[in-house]
Design a protein around this ligand. Structure first.
Ligand SMILES: [Zn+2]
Ligand SMILES: [Zn+2]
Length: 241
């Protein structure tokens, strides 16, 4: 950032103090995504979590290993990275981002997710979980695409949101169990072209049971992807359906 830009930015902040996007109290710096009170409610994923799907274990301090479901059947994705648990300010901000069209939250939320990602080679291709065109028309934006755009820009990796499309507008996943979610999504996503062993970083706003990202990852692998990593801003424990 140039000196002039920094000075102008400081002056702008003086006259138009930045506000916390969750509680609207003023922020001490526009570089902070949330105020200190809201930031304090963001709970990082516990050490005790599944080494593949990042499911938090009841004992937060237990060692990292595969959860029962991932042991029983290896998921189609290789690993899940998330900024924190789906609670507190993160839950509140994601809700406003998704349902109240507070699209300015794309940068702070993508910034939190970026901090949770592993080092990348730069050869990955980033893509969002797609929305069905009908739902996209109703909402007017795909919240996961907004996050993927910011991440692609910050990380300087390729974004391709045309590879995967949602061809079935399934029922809402809310309130469904893991089994029902998986069957509800069968055949919902398809790839638009053959792939050639690439590594994909699939972006979602919230990962609940993982059924959606699992079905998307499987569609990518079936089309020839090498591996799929998943990045979600928040990870819900499975009992929070
Ligand atoms: Zn706040
Ligand atoms: Zn797992």
């Amino acid at each position: 950032m140039s000196g002039v830009y920094r000075q102008l930015s400081a002056l702008f902040d003086l006259f138009f103090p930045p506000a916390c996007p969750v509680c609207l109290s003023s922020l001490s710096s526009s570089a902070d995504p949330f105020c200190s009170a809201c930031s304090a409610t963001i709970v990082p994923l516990p050490t005790g979590r599944c080494s593949c799907c990042a499911l938090p274990f009841p004992n937060a301090n237990s060692s990292r290993h595969l959860c029962v479901d991932c042991c029983r059947q290896a998921p189609s994705f290789s690993a899940v990275f998330a900024a924190g648990l789906y609670e507190g300010a993160l839950k509140n901000a994601l809700h406003r981002f998704k349902y109240s069209a507070i699209v300015d939250l794309d940068r702070p939320l993508a910034g939190l997710l970026q901090n949770a990602l592993p080092p990348l080679s730069g050869n990955e291709i980033i893509l969002p979980v797609p929305l069905h065109p009908r739902r996209l028309r109703r909402r007017s934006y795909n919240q996961s695409l907004l996050l993927a755009r910011v991440l692609a820009h910050n990380l300087q990796i390729e974004l391709d949101s045309s590879i995967l499309e949602r061809v079935v507008d399934s029922l809402s996943q809310q309130g469904l169990g893991a089994q029902q979610r998986a069957s509800n999504l069968r055949g919902a996503f398809q790839c638009t072209r053959r792939l050639d062993g690439e590594t994909f970083l699939l972006i979602d706003d919230v990962m609940t049971t993982g059924a959606t990202v699992a079905v998307c990852s499987q569609a990518l692998l079936d089309a020839g992807a090498g591996q799929v990593l998943v990045g979600a801003v928040a990870r819900a424990p499975r009992h929070q359906l």
